[in-house]
Design a protein around this ligand. Sequence first.
Ligand code: CO
Length: 170
Amino acid sequence: MIREIVVYPDKRLKQVSKPVETFDATLHTLLDDMFETMRAKNGVGLAAIQIGVPLRILIINEPDNEDRQLKEKTLEMINPLLQEQSGSTKFQEGCLSVPGFYEEVDRFASVKVTYRDRYGTPHTIEDNGFLAIAIQHEMDHLDGKVFVEKLSIIKRKKFEKEWKKRLKSS
Ligand code: CO
Protein backbone atom coordinates (compact mmCIF):
# COMPACT_ATOMS: atom_id res chain seq x y z
CA MET A 1 0.00 0.00 0.00
CA ILE A 2 1.30 3.43 -0.92
CA ARG A 3 1.37 5.65 2.16
CA GLU A 4 1.41 9.41 2.52
CA ILE A 5 4.81 11.07 2.79
CA VAL A 6 5.40 13.41 5.71
CA VAL A 7 6.64 16.72 4.30
CA TYR A 8 9.08 19.20 5.90
CA PRO A 9 8.64 21.05 8.30
CA ASP A 10 6.13 18.56 9.79
CA LYS A 11 7.11 18.06 13.45
CA ARG A 12 6.99 14.28 13.12
CA LEU A 13 10.25 14.47 11.16
CA LYS A 14 11.94 15.71 14.36
CA GLN A 15 11.09 12.59 16.35
CA VAL A 16 13.84 10.21 17.40
CA SER A 17 12.67 6.80 16.20
CA LYS A 18 12.59 3.75 18.49
CA PRO A 19 14.37 0.45 17.85
CA VAL A 20 12.38 -2.40 16.32
CA GLU A 21 11.91 -5.25 18.78
CA THR A 22 9.73 -7.72 16.92
CA PHE A 23 10.52 -8.98 13.44
CA ASP A 24 7.04 -10.12 12.48
CA ALA A 25 4.47 -9.87 9.69
CA THR A 26 3.55 -6.31 10.74
CA LEU A 27 7.16 -5.26 10.17
CA HIS A 28 7.20 -6.99 6.79
CA THR A 29 4.04 -5.18 5.69
CA LEU A 30 5.56 -1.89 6.80
CA LEU A 31 8.73 -2.61 4.79
CA ASP A 32 6.68 -3.57 1.74
CA ASP A 33 4.63 -0.38 2.04
CA MET A 34 7.81 1.68 2.39
CA PHE A 35 9.15 0.17 -0.83
CA GLU A 36 5.92 0.79 -2.75
CA THR A 37 5.76 4.36 -1.49
CA MET A 38 9.41 5.07 -2.29
CA ARG A 39 9.08 3.66 -5.80
CA ALA A 40 5.83 5.49 -6.49
CA LYS A 41 7.52 8.78 -5.56
CA ASN A 42 10.72 8.00 -7.52
CA GLY A 43 12.87 8.03 -4.39
CA VAL A 44 16.05 6.06 -3.80
CA GLY A 45 15.73 5.89 -0.03
CA LEU A 46 13.12 6.19 2.69
CA ALA A 47 13.02 6.12 6.48
CA ALA A 48 9.92 4.87 8.32
CA ILE A 49 9.33 8.25 9.97
CA GLN A 50 8.78 9.69 6.49
CA ILE A 51 5.51 7.76 6.40
CA GLY A 52 4.85 8.69 10.03
CA VAL A 53 6.14 5.52 11.72
CA PRO A 54 8.75 6.32 14.41
CA LEU A 55 10.78 3.11 14.12
CA ARG A 56 14.48 2.70 13.26
CA ILE A 57 13.95 1.37 9.76
CA LEU A 58 15.29 2.57 6.44
CA ILE A 59 15.34 1.27 2.91
CA ILE A 60 17.58 2.14 -0.04
CA ASN A 61 17.25 1.14 -3.66
CA GLU A 62 19.42 2.75 -6.28
CA PRO A 63 17.93 2.21 -9.77
CA ASP A 64 19.98 -0.18 -11.93
CA ASN A 65 21.46 0.57 -15.38
CA GLU A 66 18.04 0.11 -16.95
CA ASP A 67 16.52 2.50 -14.43
CA ARG A 68 14.60 -0.26 -12.69
CA GLN A 69 14.11 -0.55 -8.95
CA LEU A 70 13.77 -4.25 -8.30
CA LYS A 71 12.22 -5.04 -4.94
CA GLU A 72 14.63 -7.89 -4.30
CA LYS A 73 17.55 -5.48 -4.67
CA THR A 74 16.24 -3.26 -1.87
CA LEU A 75 18.53 -2.81 1.08
CA GLU A 76 16.38 -3.02 4.21
CA MET A 77 18.18 -1.84 7.35
CA ILE A 78 16.63 -2.20 10.76
CA ASN A 79 18.20 -0.71 13.90
CA PRO A 80 21.32 0.41 11.98
CA LEU A 81 24.36 1.47 14.01
CA LEU A 82 27.32 3.41 12.66
CA GLN A 83 30.43 1.47 13.68
CA GLU A 84 33.19 3.22 11.73
CA GLN A 85 33.47 6.27 9.52
CA SER A 86 36.29 7.99 7.68
CA GLY A 87 37.09 10.76 5.23
CA SER A 88 34.73 13.45 4.02
CA THR A 89 32.89 14.19 0.83
CA LYS A 90 30.16 16.41 -0.55
CA PHE A 91 27.07 15.12 -2.26
CA GLN A 92 24.07 16.71 -3.94
CA GLU A 93 21.15 15.31 -1.94
CA GLY A 94 17.41 15.35 -2.17
CA CYS A 95 14.66 13.95 0.04
CA LEU A 96 11.07 12.82 -0.52
CA SER A 97 10.12 14.93 2.52
CA VAL A 98 11.56 18.03 0.83
CA PRO A 99 10.34 17.36 -2.71
CA GLY A 100 12.02 19.25 -5.51
CA PHE A 101 14.87 20.67 -3.42
CA TYR A 102 18.46 19.54 -3.94
CA GLU A 103 21.61 20.79 -2.27
CA GLU A 104 25.13 19.69 -1.50
CA VAL A 105 25.88 18.53 2.04
CA ASP A 106 28.95 17.20 3.85
CA ARG A 107 29.15 13.49 4.60
CA PHE A 108 31.70 10.90 5.64
CA ALA A 109 33.28 9.34 2.57
CA SER A 110 33.06 5.81 3.92
CA VAL A 111 31.08 4.07 6.63
CA LYS A 112 30.75 0.71 8.27
CA VAL A 113 27.28 -0.01 9.65
CA THR A 114 25.72 -2.96 11.43
CA TYR A 115 21.98 -3.62 11.11
CA ARG A 116 19.34 -6.32 11.09
CA ASP A 117 17.29 -7.51 8.15
CA ARG A 118 13.51 -8.11 8.19
CA TYR A 119 14.02 -11.49 9.87
CA GLY A 120 16.21 -10.08 12.63
CA THR A 121 19.44 -11.51 11.21
CA PRO A 122 22.46 -9.27 11.88
CA HIS A 123 24.57 -7.93 8.99
CA THR A 124 27.51 -5.60 8.45
CA ILE A 125 27.95 -3.36 5.43
CA GLU A 126 30.89 -1.22 4.38
CA ASP A 127 30.73 1.27 1.53
CA ASN A 128 32.53 4.30 0.18
CA GLY A 129 30.22 5.26 -2.69
CA PHE A 130 26.61 6.23 -3.20
CA LEU A 131 25.38 3.76 -0.62
CA ALA A 132 27.54 5.31 2.10
CA ILE A 133 25.90 8.69 1.44
CA ALA A 134 22.38 7.29 1.27
CA ILE A 135 22.82 5.37 4.53
CA GLN A 136 23.98 8.52 6.33
CA HIS A 137 21.06 10.53 4.93
CA GLU A 138 18.49 7.93 6.00
CA MET A 139 20.12 7.29 9.39
CA ASP A 140 19.80 11.03 10.11
CA HIS A 141 16.03 10.67 9.71
CA LEU A 142 16.03 8.05 12.49
CA ASP A 143 17.46 10.71 14.80
CA GLY A 144 14.97 13.36 13.71
CA LYS A 145 17.28 15.16 11.31
CA VAL A 146 16.56 16.29 7.75
CA PHE A 147 19.41 17.08 5.34
CA VAL A 148 18.46 20.76 4.99
CA GLU A 149 19.53 21.19 8.63
CA LYS A 150 23.10 20.48 7.53
CA LEU A 151 23.24 23.45 5.17
CA SER A 152 25.32 26.54 5.95
CA ILE A 153 23.40 29.35 7.69
CA ILE A 154 23.16 31.39 4.49
CA LYS A 155 21.95 28.48 2.36
CA ARG A 156 19.55 27.41 5.10
CA LYS A 157 17.96 30.87 5.31
CA LYS A 158 17.54 30.99 1.55
CA PHE A 159 16.00 27.53 1.58
CA GLU A 160 13.54 28.32 4.42
CA LYS A 161 12.36 31.45 2.61
CA GLU A 162 11.83 29.63 -0.69
CA TRP A 163 10.21 26.66 1.03
CA LYS A 164 7.68 28.84 2.87
CA LYS A 165 6.74 30.45 -0.42
CA ARG A 166 6.28 27.09 -2.05
CA LEU A 167 4.15 25.68 0.75
CA LYS A 168 1.92 28.75 0.59
CA SER A 169 1.41 28.51 -3.14
CA SER A 170 0.72 24.77 -3.17
CO1 CO B 1 15.34 12.06 3.33
